[in-house]
Design a protein around this ligand. Structure first.
Ligand SMILES: [Zn+2]
Ligand SMILES: [Zn+2]
Length: 342
């Protein structure tokens, strides 16, 4: 698939915080990817580096507009290891001497990028899908449909925990664990100002909804992990005044956005619940009964990354339905089957 960069605007969005956006058109999608530069007292740090496809023009523009010498960057924090957030981490680390920091649970994502969705080779990926009910030709099709990922190639990152903070001059940003979109996704919160960097955990309207997916490398119930993380953010909402997401514009009403995301997760669960009946079915069979594209498509109509994400997202809903007592699960001959309660 061809990606085209269509612009790289830069702005100082809050005092001492600059945003560079690289806009990428990829297939049917237009992605607006943000990298943020925090500047204080002669020091600087980056939060995400955005997509790699514009040769880093957005970062050159960021340093030029802010007047910050790249050498002043001491830390590059990645909210998670996806390519639209970590695209230039390696290049910037060698250009600036900065440390790249991401959560230690993100090792699973990093390792998954080197193989086939967390499995060592294509044949084992096909078997994984067959083990969740895919007919052989559909298993082959979904494995072939996935866009190849680029390996995460930062040689020696700093692995963070939820107890860490990132310091830039006199400013301090707490690492908040918000797993689910990826196993080690984090947000950063400056408690003194209420500024939250939300990565892909919270996205403004019109900039997509966070994918939460079950794959070979993920924890078993990532949607419950995700909801718990967003509920923790909600419990701290009094401390959050403004949100800087990984995609799209600054959000001035973070609480409303948090509630939107919790409502959306609940609505997705309802769709999955309605696809269940008394017959125990594989994940493939149940996800095939869910409507996609507002009801105009089913799973096997989808192609490319959309197919792979739809199944993984539908599967995540099933696992959460079981966790929350709204579905039952049994294992027959090693295959996981889901059905309505009762
Ligand atoms: Zn992501
Ligand atoms: Zn993203």
């Amino acid at each position: 698939m061809t990606e085209t960069t269509v612009g790289s605007p830069v702005a100082e969005v809050l005092p001492g915080i600059w945003r560079a956006t690289n806009e990428v058109v990829s297939g049917r999608y237009r992605l607006s990817n943000n990298a943020y530069l925090i500047v204080d007292g002669g020091e600087a740090a980056l939060v995400d580096t955005a997509w790699w496809h514009d040769e880093g023009a957005h970062l050159d523009a960021l340093f030029a507009a802010s007047g910050v010498d790249p050498i002043a960057v001491s830390t590059i924090v990645l909210t998670h290891a996806h390519r639209d957030h970590a695209g230039f981490a390696r290049r910037l680390a060698s250009q600036t001497g900065a440390t790249v920091a991401l959560h230690r649970a993100e090792r699973a994502t990093v390792e998954s990028l080197a193989g086939y969705q967390g499995l060592p080779d294509e044949a084992s990926a096909v078997r994984w899908y067959e083990g969740h009910g895919f007919p052989p030709h559909e298993a082959q099709r979904i494995v072939s449909s996935k866009e190849p990922d680029r390996a995460f190639d930062v040689p020696d990152p700093r692995w963070l925990t939820g107890d860490d903070s990132i310091h830039v001059g006199a400013r301090s940003f707490d690492i908040l664990e918000t797993p689910g979109h990826t196993p080690g996704h984090v947000c950063l919160l400056e408690r003194a100002t209420g500024i939250l960097f939300s990565g892909d955990a919270l996205l403004p309207r019109g900039h997509g909804n966070p994918h939460v997916t079950v794959r070979a490398f993920t924890p078993p119930d990532p949607l419950s992990d995700y909801v718990a993380g967003i509920e923790r953010l909600r419990s701290e909402a009094g401390e959050i005044s403004v949100c800087l997401p990984g995609h799209g514009p600054l959000v001035e009403d973070p609480l409303a956005m948090i509630d939107d995301h919790l409502a959306y997760a609940e609505a997705k669960l309802g769709v999955a619940e309605r696809a269940l009946d008394a017959t125990p079915r594989t994940a493939f069979e149940v996800v095939s009964r869910m409507p996609w594209h507002g009801g105009s498509a089913t799973l096997t109509d989808l192609e490319g990354d959309e197919l792979f994400l739809a199944f993984a997202d539908g599967f995540a809903r099933l696992r959460r339905l079981v966790t929350t007592g709204r579905a039952e699960r049994r294992i027959e001959a090693g295959v996981e089957l889901f059905h309505r309660v009762g």
